[in-house]
Design a protein around this ligand. Structure first.
Ligand code: CA
Length: 214
C-alpha cells in the first residue's frame, strides 16, 4: 500500500515508518497539518495513519478535509487521547479505525489490512473460495464460469458473502437481501441459489440462521 503517516512524535513516527516499510508498504511521513494537506493530495495513496495532536493544528481538521474530497480512502487514527468523546468524534468524521498509543506495530498493520479489505470490498467484489461475486457487474462466477442468478438470489448471496464467516438470522437475511419479499420466499430463493452455486457454500445453522464460510 501507498501510505501517508501524519505524526509529529519523532520516535513514534520513525518506529511506525520502519514497521510499515518492513511490511513492504511505501510510506510518506509528515509531521504538520500544513504538510499533510499537500501529502494527501496524492491520488495514488491507499491509506492514511493519522495522529490527532499535531503542533500546528488538529488531526480532526485533516480528517474532515480529507473526507470532503476522498470518501473511500482508509484512515486509521492513532492518538494518546483515549477519551470516549475523541473516539466518537473521530469515527463520526469518518475514521475507519482507532488505535490508542502505545500500540504494537503488528496491531497497526492488522488494522490497516482490515480497513483496506473493507474499502476494497465496498467498491468491488467478494471472494468465497472459487466463487466471485461482482457487485458492480451484478455477476457471479465459479472457477471462472458464469452462474446466472435472479435478482433475489444475487442479493442473498451478496449479503451472505459480505458477512462471510458470521451467521445471519432469517430476519437479518430477509431484511437485508429481500426487503420487498414475503417471508416464505426466503426458502424458495435460498434453495434455488444453492442448486445453482452448488452444495457446501451456504450452511444452515439449525434454529439460528445461515452462514457462508470463507
Ligand atoms: Ca502528536
Amino acid at each position: 500500500m501507498n501510505l501517508c503517516l501524519i505524526e509529529d512524535d519523532a520516535e513514534l513516527g520513525a518506529a511506525v515508518c520502519a514497521a510499515l516499510s518492513d511490511a513492504d508498504h511505501r510510506v510518506v511521513w509528515v509531521r504538520r497539518v500544513q504538510q499533510a494537506r499537500a501529502a494527501l493530495d496524492d491520488d495514488a495513496l491507499d491509506g492514511v495513519v493519522l495522529d490527532l495532536g499535531l503542533p500546528d493544528g488538529n488531526g480532526f481538521e485533516v480528517l474532515r478535509d480529507l473526507r470532503a474530497r476522498r470518501k473511500q480512502i482508509p484512515v486509521v487514527v492513532i492518538t494518546a487521547r483515549d477519551a470516549l468523546a475523541d473516539r466518537i468524534r473521530g469515527l463520526d468524521l469518518g475514521a475507519d479505525d482507532y488505535l490508542v498509543k502505545p500500540f504494537e506495530a503488528a496491531e497497526l498493520l492488522a488494522r490497516l489490512r482490515a480497513v483496506a479489505r473493507r474499502a476494497a470490498g465496498a467498491a468491488a467484489a467478494w471472494q468465497v473460495r472459487d466463487l466471485t461475486i461482482d457487485e458492480q457487474r451484478h455477476e457471479v462466477t465459479r472457477a471462472g464460469e458464469c452462474i446466472a442468478l435472479s435478482k433475489s438470489e444475487f442479493a442473498l448471496l451478496r449479503t451472505l458473502a459480505r458477512h462471510s464467516g458470521r451467521v445471519l438470522t432469517r430476519i437479518e437475511l430477509e431484511s437485508r437481501a429481500l426487503p420487498d419479499n414475503e417471508g416464505a420466499a426466503l426458502d424458495v430463493h435460498l434453495s434455488n441459489l444453492r442448486r445453482k452455486i452448488g452444495p457446501g457454500y451456504i450452511r444452515t445453522i439449525r434454529g439460528v440462521g445461515y452462514v457462508i464460510e470463507r
